[in-house]
Design a protein around this ligand. Structure first.
Ligand code: NAG
Ligand code: NAG
Ligand code: NAG
Ligand code: NAG
Length: 417
């Protein structure tokens, strides 16, 4: 058998990194990064955790090695009795023929991967020829007959999972994940019937009708709510619970850890690993944008009649979707539309308007990224220093395990001096 030199080298590299950073305490780090944030806030972190440098490692590591980084970090944090290393609230899907085990992490490409798992197991509607044809609603709500689901709350099942198959999961930068959850669920009306209600309920003078139609939650208010609920360890919605709480790679030995930021190459790697590299038809950038737009428009227009009467009107929804497409980088910021006509815009009219607008200004990938980053930067610019520091604390576990930048300078530009 060939000696595993890759692993030996990796372990050596890790021990060097850890040695170098052992002496850089988080408090010092915060002071350097956010010089004008008060010392109490900067020192407020209660864990004396050693830092693997922000973002440096993850991109440099080969794809295969991210799981090793996670294992090494788990070992380090375990030694320091880091809280919450053994929480697992998510679920895993199995495809037994190829011995695949996928842990579902919402807002990190889970629609794509549930599609693939469903397709492989035949949990699809008739006439579907490839995973991309599985309807998005069906992906999440269609019946599962051939896919075994392991609920990771259950210790027995967790143990069973640990000894089975090739296990993989996906992580995502917690800051962009949070903002994406806000836009999809809170700014757009998806969660106005559910998770948005407890947020407005915290306001001192909230009325019953406002709770039934929580249409004005800002990103700052949402973020504060998320920070409070994760801190209190009360029930946390899986779209913003730390990824580590969902899949718990410190307890379940994952073979592969992908990230949203490297989603295409990770997915390609995994599919090739399972010998099904050709399962996904190729999709252009424009195909992907069109699919995303159609899904968002259809889904959200269908919500209008499910919410209390008059809660969200078509024109208001159109305004919100338009803004969402700007935030997502599809429509340029300077192309405005007021949707002020006294008549309600229809789903079809709106869809055509959006497609035509995008066609006229089709973004390059660079332009698209630039727009998204600008929106993210502006959104985080609304958050106070204290809130950002607390946010960083509640996602510390994800930041450490997957090697994200703790406080990216693009997101703290307004408080760092
Ligand atoms: C830090 O913030 C305080 C209060 O906002 C301000 O008075 C002070 O000038 C700032 N210091 C620096 C170095 O920017
Ligand atoms: C990593 O961080 C450094 C310094 O903060 C930055 O210059 C660099 O662009 C970052 N790299 C990536 C891939 O994000
Ligand atoms: C955990 O899963 C096992 C196996 O499916 C089942 O027998 C048991 O009842 C479950 N435990 C709980 C607490 O649901
Ligand atoms: C609720 O109270 C806040 C702050 O006291 C105030 O700004 C807001 O207008 C009030 N809202 C309503 C609906 O009364």
């Amino acid at each position: 058998m060939k000696p595993q030199w890759g692993v030996v080298v990796l372990v050596l590299v890790f021990s060097q990194i850890i040695l170098v950073y052992k002496y850089v305490s988080l408090g010092d780090w915060f002071r350097r990064r956010t010089t004008n944030v008060t010392t109490e806030i900067a020192d407020g972190n209660s864990y004396n955790t050693k830092q693997i440098p922000p973002n440096a490692t993850i991109k440099q590591l080969n794809l295969d090695d991210r799981a090793s980084r996670v294992k090494e970090m788990c070992r380090q944090l375990e030694k320091e009795s880091y809280p919450d290393l053994h929480k697992s609230t998510g679920r895993m899907l199995r495809h037994s023929k190829r011995d695949m085990m996928y842990c579902v992490t919402p807002k990190a490409g889970c629609t794509s991967w549930i599609r693939i798992m469903r397709f492989l197991n035949g949990d699809i509607k008739q006439g579907v020829h490839n995973p991309l044809e599985v309807d998005r609603m069906y992906v999440h709500y269609g019946p599962l007959q051939n896919t075994k689901v392991y609920d990771l709350h259950n210790e027995t099942l967790r143990k069973e999972v640990s000894s089975k198959g090739y296990k993989f999961m996906f992580a995502r930068n917690p800051y962009s994940r949070l903002y994406s959850a806000y836009i999809d669920k809170i700014f757009l009306p998806d969660y106005w019937r559910s998770a948005a209600r407890p947020i407005v309920k915290k306001r001192p003078n909230v009325t019953e009708s406002h709770q039934q139609c929580p249409d004005d939650i800002s990103f700052a208010e949402f973020t504060k709510f998320v920070v409070d609920s994760i801190t209190k360890k009360s029930y946390v919605n899986e779209h913003w619970a730390p990824v580590t709480w969902i899949c718990n790679p410190c307890e379940i030995p994952f073979d592969y850890v992908g990230t949203q930021e490297t989603f295409s190459s990770d997915t390609k790697y995994l599919l090739e690993h399972f010998g099904i590299g050709d399962i996904l038809p190729s999709q252009t950038f424009s195909d992907r944008i069109n699919e995303e737009i159609e899904t968002l428009i259809t889904y959200n227009f269908d919500l209008v009649n499910q919410l209390p009467k008059g809660c969200v009107k078509e024109n208001d929804l159109a305004r919100r979707l338009w803004k969402t497409f700007q935030i997502n980088g599809y429509i340029p910021e300077n192309v405005q539309h007021s949707f002020n006509s006294p008549e309600a815009i229809s789903k079809k009219e709106f869809h055509e308007l959006v497609l035509n607008t995008i066609k006229e200004n089709f973004p390059s990938k660079e332009e698209w990224k630039k727009r998204r980053n600008k929106a993210l930067r502006e959104a985080f610019g609304e958050l106070s220093a204290e809130l950002l520091i607390n946010l960083r604390k509640v996602y510390d576990i994800d930041i450490q395990l997957y090697g994200y930048d703790p406080l990216p300078k693009e997101l703290i530009w307004h408080i760092a001096t």
